[in-house]
Design a protein around this ligand. Structure first.
Ligand code: 2YJ
Length: 277
């Protein structure tokens, strides 16, 4: 079956005091930081966004179920939503007791994750956001932003999606609904059968990945993409943890790639429960 990645503490601790740098880097590469990404994804004006900051308070509730608390997970989520401008607390208690803390202290936006799902909820407006969908949406949007920064429109470019698992399937549906054509590479040739209305090509030869100037990668096996597998001037975005591009090649593509462990998905979850339908 499909193995879901469990985040590791060492993949996320940099966020605790690294969100300023993260947002600066994202801005440099794509022309937008996390707040800007939320605004463009949900079509929200700066004024509306500012007003929203004043009228919501977020809480992250640590959850002990299953494999238990991941060190720094809740604190990292809080660092991300804080960096998007929203006051956020990590509750003192865990689980149900933590939900009680959060709601009693006036928080209306709740974040929590167990071993199978990572959710945000807006308890005033009854809205929910799942990290799988939000991550797919965020990475489609960040690649669109990057394309725009280079004067391109994603709809008119050769785009390859790699991986059609849980997040990849969501991304494929988002691309299709936006009328963005794409081809698909998955090590499992049956993966494409999960998609409705897919009209692109399925490629199975890794050497063909090099034909694509735009790549969205939703695989979660580390280090399998080598320098020669990607175009030198590719624009690449991936939420995959661990990172597909091997450690020797990573610096070559650093300026033209967005990959993160939690940030974009979490920011879009916040946006979805605030501004989504
Ligand atoms: O509160 C905690 O510290 C833990 N219960 C967090 C667990 C985080 N969950 C995961 O990493 C799961 N693999 C689910 C993630 C789904 C993301 N698409």
């Amino acid at each position: 079956g499909f193995i879901m990645t469990r985040l590791k503490t060492e993949w996320i601790t940099y966020m605790l005091d690294g969100m300023k740098d993260y947002n600066r880097e994202l801005q440099k590469k794509t022309g937008t930081d996390l707040s800007g990404l939320i605004m463009r994804t949900f079509g929200v004006s700066q004024e509306e966004y500012e007003a929203s900051k004043e009228s919501h308070r977020a809480a992250v509730i640590p959850v002990t179920q299953g494999e238990g608390i991941i060190g720094s997970f809740s604190e990292s989520v809080a660092a991300i939503t804080e960096s998007a401008g929203f006051e956020t607390v990590v509750t003192e208690h865990t689980d149900i007791d933590g939900i009680y803390d959060a709601v009693r202290s006036g928080c209306d936006i709740l974040f929590f994750a167990d071993d199978s799902r990572y959710l945000a909820m807006n308890i005033r407006q009854g809205k929910i956001s799942d990290n799988n969908y939000a991550t797919a949406l965020g990475f489609v949007e960040i690649l669109s932003a990057m394309a725009e920064k280079y004067g391109k429109n994603l709809k008119e470019e050769k785009l390859l999606q790699i991986g059609c698992g849980i997040v990849g399937k969501e991304a494929a549906e988002i691309l299709t609904s936006r009328g963005i054509p794409f081809d698909l590479y998955d090590k499992n040739p049956d993966a494409v059968s999960k998609l409705t209305d897919f009209s692109g090509r399925v490629i199975s030869d890794r050497a063909e990945i090099r034909n694509y100037p735009f790549v969205l990668d939703f695989t979660n096996e580390g280090g399998w993409l080598h320098r020669e597998n990607l175009l030198e001037d590719v624009l690449y975005a991936s939420p995959g943890v661990p990172y597909s591009i091997d450690t020797d090649a990573a610096p070559c593509f650093e300026g033209r790639s967005v990959h993160d462990n939690l940030e974009i998905g979490t920011a879009i979850m916040l946006g979805e429960v605030l501004f989504g339908k």
